[in-house]
Design a protein around this ligand. Structure first.
Ligand SMILES: [Zn+2]
Length: 313
């Protein structure tokens, strides 16, 4: 039923194909007769993702509120797919009165969480749930500009939102201008200022500590620095072991490795927190600035290098 293998790893459909049993529901414009939509989340392991998705809509400025209630009273029920495995994308089946366009009931299906699969991480499921709630409240796909209602996720961001994100970030804004405008048109209200667009899934490495450098008598510098404690990426992010870049520039400190006269990248040979030693050959004598960056397993540098200036005869 679901062509998992046809989907490239970086592209996750927001919607999986609806199962045949739901094909009877007509997908067409509808709206809820009240501005309070009672919902129940039966997908308990996704409670955090559902809460975030609900909060995004409820805080958007739209005059519409998803209100948590019992399963019996709920008009929108969020459920798992029948599968135990990760199912990329969700689906929403909304039943509504065809003459009046009044929505009666909606069932949203989302995957069980799977921290090893980008499509079923907490972050992806947050976006998928918010997208499905967008369908439930009456929005269709937006295929021309950046919107949560884009049909596909690229990494953990709607596909048409730019820039396309590296694997250590996600589109934490959740709702885009286009989505809120659409909902405001249906339910009234006024779009609120949105937060920042993009967040890191885990922190960049810190700057190496306690940097020392001294001529070792052979024309080289003996350099030592503490390996910073590097945040571990979530399990779905493919990451290498991490490394350091030691570099030198005569006369000024380099702000980036590219600005150095000389330098190299190497794997750490000590654990987090321990002192790494190495040797560095300055390109020219004088006041030499030694700079050291940590680089994590996904290629991010520490925001600033550790630096020290040493007189090289
Ligand atoms: Zn969709």
């Amino acid at each position: 039923m679901l062509a998992f293998d046809a989907v490239p790893a970086a592209e996750i459909p927001m919607d999986a194909r609806p199962p045949a049993a739901h094909a009877a529901f007509v997908r067409a414009p509808w709206r809820w007769p009240t501005r309070r939509i009672a919902y129940f989340n039966a997908a308990r392991a996704n409670a955090g993702a559902v809460r975030k998705a609900v909060r995004a809509w409820n805080g958007s400025g739209t005059r519409l509120r998803f209100v948590r209630t019992s399963r019996r009273r709920a008009r929108v029920v969020i459920r798992y797919w029948p599968s135990q495995a990760c199912v990329p994308g969700g689906v929403t089946s909304t039943s509504f009165d065809q003459r009046s366009g009044r929505a009666v009931r909606a069932v949203v299906r989302i995957s069980r969480p799977d921290p090893l699969n980008a499509a079923c991480t907490h972050w992806a499921l947050t976006l998928v749930t918010a997208h499905e709630l967008g369908h439930a409240l009456g929005l269709d796909h937006e295929t021309r500009r950046c919107a949560l209602m884009n049909p596909t996720l690229a990494n953990i961001s709607p596909q048409l939102c730019r820039p396309s994100l590296p694997p250590w970030q996600w589109r934490c804004r959740i709702l885009e201008r286009d989505d809120v405008r659409g909902a405001v048109r249906v339910y009234g209200g006024r779009a609120k200022r949105r937060g920042r667009a993009v967040c890191d899934l885990f922190k960049a490495p810190a700057t190496p500590g306690s940097l020392t450098a001294a001529p070792d008598g052979t024309g080289a510098l003996a350099v030592g620095f503490a390996r910073p404690i590097t945040p571990r990426p979530p399990p779905h992010v493919l990451a290498g072991p991490g490394s350091f870049i030691a570099a030198a520039r005569t006369g000024a400190c380099p702000a980036t490795p590219a600005e150095a006269d000389t330098g190299f990248e190497s794997a750490w040979t000590v654990p987090d927190g321990a002192v790494q030693t190495t040797r560095l050959l300055p390109a020219a004598p004088g006041q030499v600035c030694v700079a050291v960056w940590a680089r994590d397993g996904v290629g991010r540098l520490s925001p600033a290098p550790a630096t020290t200036v040493v007189s090289v005869p």
